[in-house]
Every structure is written in structure tokens, then in C-alpha cells.
Design a protein around this ligand. Structure first.
Ligand code: 3DU
Length: 212
């Protein structure tokens, strides 16, 4: 599975890159930079090109978390990403909203950055257990630390594990897939390349070759 992280700031650029790369990616992931600068309606437009994952890293009290998730689903997203550390009550609230819309929920385990090790790593496997209990569809795990992906995947059982951090952050596609990831999230390596469509196609081909 290849997920395009579309952290560009302008609506027209986002739609252009999405249209060019659409046939090579399974999902488009949007995050705050795009939505805060281009407005939430861009999410609906992107959803017409490819299914969208709203990476709003929801981490709040259950009530507020539900509102955020509901707005995302009402704009056509297929899935939302929520922080596992915010706890089971919030994940459950987001799960309920997703169920009302027929959508999916992914929980962040530990961030791929150095900072992800400071607090999150200690609790990662507990977060995996809570995500399973709540019935999340998948987990976000760090492509920068393949050994952690393997541990998370083992504990995750049938939850999908998708990994940001390939390319610009230093993670290697081959290592990530070998560790058991079900998909990778790639942003800058694609949308900052000279020819985003060609780069997306090349990454797709590498994934298909390795996952055969
Ligand atoms: O580093 P890239 O440009 O390939 O983008 C990675 C995307 O994934 C970006 O939207 C970032 O906010 C998100 N992400 C991580 O990079 C690491 C995480 O642990 C969770 C999300």
C-alpha cells in the first residue's frame, strides 16, 4: 500500500499533484498544513481523486475528538488518524463517529521523529493493545525504526501497520516492508521531486516487486 502525504500548502498544487500521482497511490493523506492554508473543502475535492486519510492526529477529550472526526468524515474522508496516547475513551469516541460514517480509524503508536522516543516508545505496545481493544483498523508506526515496526506488527495481529518516514526522514522502503509494514506513507520524496508522477510510479513498482 502506498499513501501519498500531501503536505503542500496550495489547493491547486495539491489537486495537481494528486491527479498526476493518483493512479500510483492507494490513498492521499492530508494534514494540517494543507487544510489550514487551503481550507477543509480541498479534502472533499481530493476524495474524488483518491480515498483520503485525514491525519489530524486527534488528541483531545472525547467530545472534541468526535467533533473533529465528524467534520473530517463529512468531507468525504475514508479514514482519520488519532493519537493512541490520548487514551481509550477518546479512541472509542472516534471509533463511534467512524462507524456512523462507515469510515476507518488509525492510531499513532510512536512518532518517527527523535522526539517520538522521549515519551511514546515506553508506551507503544500498550497503545497497540488499546487500539486492538477499541477496534481500530490500523496503526501508524515509524519507518525510521524498522525494529520497532516488527515489534508493533507482531503485537498488532490483524491491524494494518502503515509507516511514515520513508525517504526524506531517512527510512528505507525495503527495510520497512521487510519489518512487516502493510504500507508506507511518502510525502516530500514524491511531491518535491521534479516529476512527482514518475517518482510515485517508481515507488509503486518497488513496493509491488517486494510484496509479490
Ligand atoms: O516526511 P514526509 O514528507 O514523507 O511526510 C511524512 C508525513 O507523515 C507527514 O505528513 C508527517 O506529518 C506524517 N507523520 C510522520 O512523518 C511521522 C509520524 O510518526 C506520523 C505522521
Amino acid at each position: 500500500m502506498l499513501i501519498l502525504a500531501l503536505d503542500v500548502l496550495e489547493r491547486d498544487v495539491a489537486l495537481d499533484v494528486a491527479r498526476k500521482c493518483g493512479e500510483y497511490v492507494d490513498f492521499i493523506k492530508v494534514n494540517y498544513p494543507l487544510v489550514l492554508s487551503a481550507g477543509i473543502d480541498v479534502v472533499s475535492e481530493l476524495s474524488e481523486i483518491r480515498p483520503v486519510i485525514a491525519d489530524f492526529k486527534i488528541a483531545d477529550i472525547p467530545y472534541t475528538a468526535s467533533l473533529i472526526a465528524d467534520i473530517a468524515f463529512r468531507h468525504g474522508v475514508r479514514a482519520v488518524i488519532a493519537h493512541g496516547f490520548a487514551g481509550s475513551d477518546m479512541l472509542r469516541a472516534v471509533r463511534d463517529v467512524a462507524d456512523r460514517h462507515g469510515g476507518e480509524v488509525y492510531a499513532v503508536t510512536e512518532l518517527s521523529s527523535q522526539g517520538g522516543r522521549e515519551f511514546m516508545t515506553r508506551h507503544t505496545l500498550e497503545i497497540v493493545d488499546v487500539a486492538k481493544e477499541v477496534g481500530c483498523d490500523g496503526l501508524i508506526a515509524p519507518a525510521t525504526r524498522p525494529e520497532r515496526i516488527a515489534e508493533i506488527k507482531k503485537r498488532a495481529e490483524n491491524l494494518r501497520v502503515i509507516c511514515p518516514g520513508v525517504g526524506a526522514q531517512g527510512g528505507r522502503l525495503e527495510d520497512v516492508l521487510k519489518a512487516g509494514a502493510d504500507g508506507i506513507i511518502v510525502g516530500r520524496t514524491i511531491y518535491q521531486s521534479e516529476d512527482p508522477a514518475r517518482t510515485a510510479r517508481e515507488i509503486r513498482e518497488r513496493i509491488d516487486g517486494l510484496m509479490k
